[in-house]
Design a protein around this ligand. Structure first.
Ligand SMILES: [Mn+2]
Length: 633
């Protein structure tokens, strides 16, 4: 009897103790599950929001620990602003020009409607043939899009921390996007959407999502610019029925994204221009966080997180808030993982604005006057491509800021193939545009672009004098400044000894990436003197790199692989000796050696014997970099 009571008592004690510990855990977790308000110093390893997108992105990008730079130059920009303000757009608005606003009401789901709450639409098998036929028109599932309401509901995708609710109730911390308070007064914006042969349903769903989810007082108008579509003109009649002023402008002949956007911008009467793509869906609360950043400082250019609308099912998939924009030697825009450096700057707060080196370019907001002061777009660029990098470099180098605002989400239909035509050929246009970016903004780092795209040297770059004059007039900083302060993680090495091909003394053949990916073997073949796959940079940090891959060996006898550069030395450190002409692997002391006859395309790693097969020449048409460290502004 007594025994039984004792047992029950013990059980109670154990239960109570576990309960207490559980509660303590909850409290601790609610503080540390996500770092907020600077309450925690240690930022934890955070998983990206959507694994689906993460696979698409370059998540294996390794951050370069030793290239950390403090952001002194960026942080001091505020004090600089007040200095060079004369004659330029003031940093803030007059409060009388701003508007009071209230959040737009939520769009409620229609029960049973296709794709409601951002869900996937599946086409029944009997309609599959029709679906495939329609897919070709726009390179997305048009049949699915046509089934979905123009006003479809979406789930609220804004970041919610684990235990955010408890934390909010217990401590009143503002810890999630939904609880953030934005200024009561904000500027108005005009939405500019450029399209070419866009589908009716995607274009109008974009427009409706803007109308439905923007605070009405802040939405001045929507400007649709039709860049010479070859499809009807019923749009004018339709937009007259909309509850917000919507205008349709048409270019007479195909003028390309850049010139069409300039045409749209010319008609903007709002204070801020918001550019959107024609197959987007804005989510709840998308606009306020963007305008709130601009109202603080008009020289901030802001982008939402670009979520994924599946081109197959039109499912709305949240993208990672842990990626930012970068670029490679070819000047392709790429997504990379946000480095720890930027997480630390934000005190681990994933809802805080993220400084991004570049933007994707389709979706962003910019103060209208600042847009023009900064030189709008380069009118010498054609159709599409490169304009996003051009604007990104210009913003940073000329005293602005470029940010991704994690509390603003807009979905975008990503396609595998572009459905557009490029008069004169895609590569020619893209190379022409990129060359203009390189020539005007990248200083000596333009050599990387030309080395990687040998065809670019033959594409006329056109007259760039007015863009160079703009750079002068705005007193823009150098590309070195940009690499040092904004994008130290870039694959453009800050300092390098050599850029060009690397040939073997005995075989006269050249190292060649063969276009292979990270993790694959380095190759070798006859020297073609065309750059591209035979271009390597030998950097001050002892890397031999080709775009974002570095020569890498993990044992004394190789193999020598191409591995994504990590910037930490180790297996990727090599020393070129100008006298004995060896390329020595620092970790193992072995030498890069010509291939054996068994595989003439496979360079090897062997112990050094200093014979001709281990001698390499780094001198081609490319120059050794003059290591001029001018003092930067
Ligand atoms: Mn698009």
């Amino acid at each position: 009897m007594l025994h039984g009571k004792l047992r029950i008592h013990t059980c109670r004690v154990i239960l109570l103790t576990s309960l207490v510990w559980f509660l303590v855990d909850v409290v601790i977790l609610s503080f540390y599950s996500e770092c907020i308000g600077g309450a925690c110093k240690k930022s934890e390893d955070i998983k990206p929001g959507a694994e689906a997108l993460a696979d698409d992105l370059d998540n294996d990008y390794d951050q370069r620990q030793d290239e950390r730079h403090d952001n002194k130059n960026i942080d001091s920009s505020k004090s600089e602003l007040t200095k060079d303000i004369a004659g330029r757009v003031p940093a803030t608005y007059k409060s009388t020009s701003l508007r009071r606003w209230r959040p737009a009401p939520s769009v409620l789901p229609v029960p049973g409607g296709a794709g409601e709450k951002g869900k996937a639409v599946h086409i029944p098998p009997e309609k599959e043939a029709l679906m495939k036929e329609k897919f070709k028109l726009n390179q997305f599932n048009l049949l699915a899009s046509d089934m979905i309401s123009l006003n479809r509901s979406l789930t609220d995708v804004r970041l919610e921390g684990f235990f955010a609710d408890i934390r909010y109730k217990l401590f009143g911390h503002c810890c999630r996007c939904k609880d953030k308070k934005y200024p009561k007064l904000l500027p108005t914006t005009s939405i500019v959407i450029v399209f070419h042969n866009e589908a009716w349903s995607t274009l109008l769903r974009t427009v409706w999502s803007v109308i439905n989810r923007s605070p009405r007082p802040l939405l001045k108008e929507v400007i649709l610019v039709d860049d010479a579509s070859e499809r009807g003109k019923k749009l004018e009649n339709y937009v007259k029925t909309l509850p917000v002023p919507v205008f349709v402008l048409r270019t007479e002949k195909r003028s390309g994204l850049i010139r069409a956007r300039l045409l749209g911008a010319k008609h903007v009467t709002g204070q801020v221009i918001t550019f959107l793509d024609a197959h987007c869906e804005c989510t709840e609360g998308w606009l306020e966080p963007l305008l709130a950043r601009i109202v603080e400082d008009r020289r901030t250019v802001v982008c939402p997180i670009i979520d994924v609308i599946s081109d197959e099912t039109f499912e709305y998939i949240t993208a990672s808030d842990m990626t930012w924009g970068g670029f490679n030697w070819k000047l392709n825009f790429r997504w990379y993982r946000v480095p720890q450096r930027e997480m630390d700057r934000r005190n681990g707060d994933r809802t805080a604005p993220l400084r991004t080196p570049t933007m994707a370019g389709g979706l962003f907001s910019i103060d209208k006057e600042y847009f023009y002061e900064l030189g709008a777009y380069d009118e010498g660029m054609d159709i599409w491509g490169g304009e996003n990098l051009e604007m990104s470099f210009r913003v940073w180098q000329c005293g602005g800021k470029l940010e991704i605002i994690p509390c603003s989400h807009v979905g975008h239909v990503f396609r595998d193939k572009s459905p557009y035509t490029f008069p004169g050929g895609v590569s020619k246009i893209v190379l022409h545009n990129a060359a203009r970016v390189a020539e005007v903004w990248m200083d000596e780092w333009r050599d990387f672009y030309y080395a990687m795209n040998p065809g670019a040297r033959n594409v006329p770059v056109g007259d760039i004098s007015s863009r160079k004059a703009l750079r002068e007039k705005l007193k823009c900083k150098s590309f070195r400044w940009y690499l040092e302060n904004v994008y130290p993680e870039s694959q453009m090495p800050l300092d390098y000894y050599y850029l060009g091909d690397i040939r073997n003394v005995q075989t006269k053949n050249c190292l060649d990436t063969m276009g292979r990916k990270s993790g694959e073997n380095l190759g070798m073949t006859y020297c073609h003197n065309l750059g591209g796959n035979q271009v390597f940079a030998y950097t001050k940090r002892q890397q031999i790199m080709s775009d974002d891959n570095c020569l890498d060996a993990s044992s004394r006898t190789g193999p020598v692989k191409l591995v994504r550069c990590h910037g930490m030395g180790g297996n990727q450190a090599w020393v070129y000796d100008e006298v004995d002409k060896t390329i020595k692997h620092v970790n193992t002391g072995s030498c890069l050696t010509k291939p054996e006859t068994t595989d003439v395309n496979l360079p090897l790693l062997k112990s050094c014997s200093y014979h001709e097969g281990q001698q390499w020449i780094m001198d081609s048409d490319f120059k050794w970099q003059a290591n001029n460290h001018q003092d930067e502004r």
